[in-house]
Design a protein around this ligand. Structure first.
Ligand code: DGL
Length: 266
């Protein structure tokens, strides 16, 4: 198991970390993709599990929660912040970019454009939280790339089930909510960062030939481009200088940390 860092110095001459957050541990699916592209950076991952799920919360409340995390990352001298939560991106990134113009924000969104680019003609299911599906940000994206063969499915409570790891409940939920799309769709957009953790279970209901679309890899490439443009990449790329990851969780529950590192290394 990787040990959390005790302290990342705020001295500007040392490596500045990248802050990454989600309403829980789902954002680990994004961090894993980022590490593949940027293996020599330091990361602080913040899981707001005392306040999850975000999916059913009012915009104002989500913005406030996100801003508190952003303030913490700024105190820790982060050079960029990754919003590894589709719901938080949809509701808060516009506000945060305006309020903190000097900070780099990279925000995940459902990979619906990818469907347009690679599988335009195929029937598609977009799975996301109710908050994401109803958001202005997602609706702009959806109408821009609409293939008129798309079903939008707000998966109320699903992120919570994944967060809590109850397999039986999860399988029951998926059978009930996805069953009617079996044979109807070929593409599934994983529009919540928790959902890549249950691809196997989704396949069990929708079939093995389903294609998944997930924006995490593109986000990671974009993050690298932005850091490179601003000369902010960590250039200390000695072989033994592998990524360093500190985990923080607002609930303070020990099992969150254990599960996070297990998922990260799995
Ligand atoms: N991982 C978050 C997302 O991508 C889950 C949101 C929630 O907490 O409901 O939307």
């Amino acid at each position: 198991m990787k040990k959390p860092l005790k302290q990342i110095s705020s001295d500007k001459t040392t490596t500045r970390p990248i802050g990454i957050f989600d309403s829980g541990i789902g954002g680990v699916t994004v961090l894993k993709e980022i590490i593949k592209i940027l293996p020599h950076e330091e990361y602080i991952y913040y899981s707001d599990s005392a306040n999850n799920p975000y999916g059913d919360k009012q915009d104002k409340e989500i913005i406030k929660l996100c801003e508190n995390i952003v303030k913490l990352f700024i105190e820790r001298n982060c050079k960029a912040i990754v919003i590894a939560c589709n719901t938080a991106s949809a509701k808060a990134v516009k506000y945060l970019r305006k309020k903190y113009p000097n900070m780099i924000f990279i925000a995940i969104e459902p990979a619906y454009k990818m469907v347009h680019d690679y599988a335009y003609n195929e029937p598609t299911l977009v799975m996301a939280t109710k908050g994401t599906i109803k958001s202005e940000k997602f609706n702009l994206l959806f109408h821009k790339y609409n293939n008129h063969k798309t079903y939008l499915l707000p998966c109320v409570g699903l992120a919570d089930l994944i967060e809590n790891g109850n397999k039986e409940e999860l399988e029951k939920y998926l059978k009930k909510t996805l069953g009617l799309y079996k044979g109807l769709v070929k593409n599934v957009v994983l529009g919540c960062t928790h959902y890549p953790l249950i691809q196997k279970e989704i396949r069990q209901v929708l079939g093995n030939d389903i294609k998944f679309f997930n924006g995490a890899n593109r986000l990671a490439i974009h993050l690298k481009e932005v850091l490179s443009e601003q000369n902010l990449l960590n250039n200390n790329i000695e072989e033994d200088n592998k990524e360093k990851i500190e985990f923080m969780d607002s609930s303070g529950k020990k099992e969150k940390q254990e599960r996070f590192y297990k998922l990260l290394n799995g």
